[in-house]
Unconditional design. Structure first.
Length: 291
């Protein structure tokens, strides 16, 4: 199976997720590239703020209709969905998860604040956990508990993204950290929008970070032993983001500087090598969620 357009989108993204695909067999790697390209395309539609929100809403509706065709034996018009369709059929990817992802993207069209931690967690489920639920279908698993694992890990990764991207989101007028937590920690929206770091913000971010830790721990504990090898790509992602989270934590969540917190290329290569050892010679898998 070929997915040239999707593979090009994936390679240009230079994302941590795409980097982890190197551990997959060739066919699954192409399948994940096709899935990633779909996720990238709908996310880019939602994020194109130079386009009116109603236009973007209509574009997402077109993607919803098109992926419905791809999932139900129709003839999708978007090339990315055409390339994804054989993998939808081969791995049993479910329309409900694609639709949930699009609903998550739609949240970004008119929701610029989240009131509670539950609201933020619901957003994380829609934009991250459902991607995990689709991914594990391609990876292959035996134990249904893997679905819980995918949900927990997706939330852990998205919480980490939110903590890392506070400044970038503020530049766009967005605050994903829950307003009720801002009030509890006496941090104003204006302080975040003006990139003001303080002890109060550190306490706020640390509190949200504790919930991220909780999801990392749940993912680690929920992954069935018999599925660890097939979930190696997901585990690598967990390891990369866990080390990113620890880096944020070590900085006191001072995320208002002009440069994003990230891992070096050498750190990523090291994690990939250790994960490869775990697959081939029984070495230890890079861990996460350990206190």
């Amino acid at each position: 199976m070929s997915a040239a357009v999707s593979e090009g989108i994936t390679q240009r993204s230079q994302s941590n997720l795409a980097l982890a695909f190197i551990l997959l067999p060739p066919e699954k790697r192409v399948g994940m590239s096709a899935l990633y390209a779909f996720c990238r395309e709908v996310d880019d539609v939602a994020d194109e703020e130079s386009t009116p929100a109603e236009t973007r809403r209509q574009q997402l509706a077109e993607w919803r209709e098109d992926i419905h065709k791809a999932c139900h034996g129709g003839n999708p018009k978007f090339v990315v969905n055409q390339e994804l369709q054989p993998f939808i059929q081969k791995y049993g990817l479910q329309y409900e998860h694609f639709e949930a992802l699009i609903r998550g993207c739609e949240m970004d069209l008119d929701t610029f604040r989240y009131e509670t931690m539950a609201d933020m967690e619901n957003y994380c489920y829609h934009v991250a956990s459902v991607v995990g639920l689709l991914s594990i279908q391609i990876f292959g698993y035996q134990n249904p508990a893997c679905r819980e694992y995918a949900v927990y890990l997706g939330k852990a990764l998205q919480y980490t993204n939110i903590l890392r991207d506070v400044r970038n989101d503020a530049e766009r007028g967005r605050i994903y950290l829950p307003l009720e937590e801002l009030r509890k920690h006496v941090v104003t929206e204006q302080e975040i929008l003006e990139f003001k770091y303080s002890g109060k913000f550190k306490a706020l971010a640390t509190h949200v970070g504790q919930q991220a830790r909780h999801f990392y721990e749940l993912a680690r504990k929920t992954l069935p032993p018999e599925d660890k090898k097939n979930m190696m790509t997901a585990e690598l992602m967990g390891s990369v983001y866990w080390r990113l989270f620890l880096k944020l934590e070590a900085s006191g969540f001072d995320v208002f500087g002009p440069k994003k917190t990230k891992l070096s290329k050498l750190q990523k290569i090291s994690l990939i090598f250790r994960a490869w050892l775990g697959m081939t010679v029984g070495g230890t898998v890079p861990g996460y969620g350990v206190r």
